[in-house]
Design a binder for this molecule. Sequence first.
Ligand code: NAD
Ligand code: IPM
Ligand code: MN
Length: 357
Amino acid sequence: MNNYNIAVIPGDGIGIEVVDSALKVLDKVSNNNNFKLNYSFYDWGSNYYFKNKLMMPEDGLDLLSKSDAIFLGAIGHPDIQDHLTLNGLLLPIRRKFDQYVCIRPSVLFPGVSSPLKNVKEGDIDIVVVRENTEGEYANVGGFQYHETNDEIALQTAVFTRKGTERIIRYSFELAKQRSKKLTSITKSNAQGYSMVLWDRVFEEVSKDYPEIETSSLLIDAACMDFIRKPKDFDVVVASNLFGDILTDIGAMITGGLGLASSGNISFDDKNPSMFEPTHGSAPDIAGKNLANPIAQILTGAMMLSHLGEDNAANEVRESVIETLKNGNNLTSDIGGNSKTDECTNEILNNLWTLTKN
Ligand code: NAD
Ligand code: IPM
Ligand code: MN
């Protein structure tokens, strides 16, 4: 029997509720498929910070390095500045384990209505490949004349040729497996260094993939076109910040953040990858049993595929699709009036029905 060590960080807010839901689904599907997920639970996050003034212990990253994958809910608390919580836990994990590919699918599933007119099930099927370790998120900068009237803040974006090339190359490879269409997101009209390098590398790498239809789109125009003509996109490659913003739009046009899965992938065998949904800790609905657990559950399916358990991953996806199609026990963000646990039970029941046949 295959065994996997999974580091689980439920984190803050709704992260705690939706991770609990997703683990129920993962337990059931692993049982059905004869493999075992051994969880190590880490109670790191904002409550840990209130007690210890740290988001995780000093040896936190070492502890995580022993796992086959990391399964994370969300991080962020209204009483702590976001840059402390995120730079104390989430972003160091992405960087330390060189999880340079962030994969974010936006698929309009059956039964889900898009806020856009004239799009129906299957019309939107986009994967945004977000650069995840450098760019605008490089932790480089500082303050001068701190907290005076002369204060200066520097936040430096770092674009390396290596980092740019590997994310672009990954996207071409993905496009090869899909519809052979790739859009690069740029802003070289204003960012005359970083984005000019990005465009140049995109152009260079494209020569190795003559079969792929490419286009380059400014980020502002891309935000518009995700809404105006989402059917035109297939694989999209973007820098860290542009990918962050674009994937919230991708989520909204396909039913919202409650359905948006995400994976941070490392290609170094010694490093775990991390699976966390696109959404945050949603303090406005936290602790009320209102969160949609589907984004976290689909993120779990992504983790199973990554571990090589494709059959189990497909069973999870199928049971989610069945649930959305039937429309029973959905949460309010996608038009239902059920609670987190009721939606979770519906998915568990559908998983049961699917695997019985
Ligand atoms: P958010 O994603 O937490 O919430 C945005 C809106 O979407 C809210 O109205 C929320 O109720 C709703 N929403 C999100 N997920 C939902 C779900 N599963 N079901 C139903 N509704 C859902 O974004 P925010 O409000 O901008 O950020 C809140 C906190 O989360 C901040 O501290 C932010 O820094 C953090 N954050 C963390 C992550 C992460 O850990 N990966 C990602 C994004 C934001
Ligand atoms: C995301 C989040 C994070 C990001 C924040 C919380 C740092 O918005 O995963 O999309 O910007 O990467
Ligand atoms: Mn985001």
